[in-house]
Design a protein. Structure first.
Length: 136
């Protein structure tokens, strides 16, 4: 399903294992309460997707666009977020993550974070909270 267009799809309660959605368009997807294990979403677009309460364990979101994504109460156990755009994403209540996973993202500018996590990011990786350069 590489480079597939799932824009606006309803994936609520979906169960995916070892799937490939590399470079796919999943903008506006509603995947609340889904379970994605070892799924490759590298470079995928998730603009304004709803992942509330989802399991994203051992999945790959390297270079993915997660701008304005709802990740509230989501499990990120061993999830690769290297280079992902989490600008304005809602990360309140995320579970099973390491602070260093978030240190590898491209940006957390205007992201909604729990106070404790926000303080850790401010202390160790404050550049992630700054407005990203647009390259213009």
């Amino acid at each position: 399903m590489r480079e597939a267009n799932f824009k606006g799809a309803n994936l609520q309660y979906a169960r995916l294992f070892l799937a490939n959605f590399e470079d796919a368009d999943l903008a506006y997807v509603d995947a609340r309460f889904a379970d994605f294990w070892t799924v490759d979403f590298q470079g995928a677009n998730f603009f304004r997707a709803n992942f509330q309460g989802i399991f994203l364990n051992k999945s790959n979101f390297a270079q993915a666009n997660l701008k304005k994504v709802n990740l509230q109460n989501t499990s990120l156990w061993k999830t690769n977020l290297r280079g992902a755009n989490l600008e304005e994403a809602d990360l309140r209540g995320i579970k099973a993550y390491e602070t260093e996973q978030l240190a590898e993202v491209d940006t957390l500018y205007k992201a909604r974070l729990d106070q404790e996590l926000l303080e850790q990011i401010r202390e160790k990786h404050p550049q992630l909270l700054e407005k990203p350069e647009t390259g213009e």
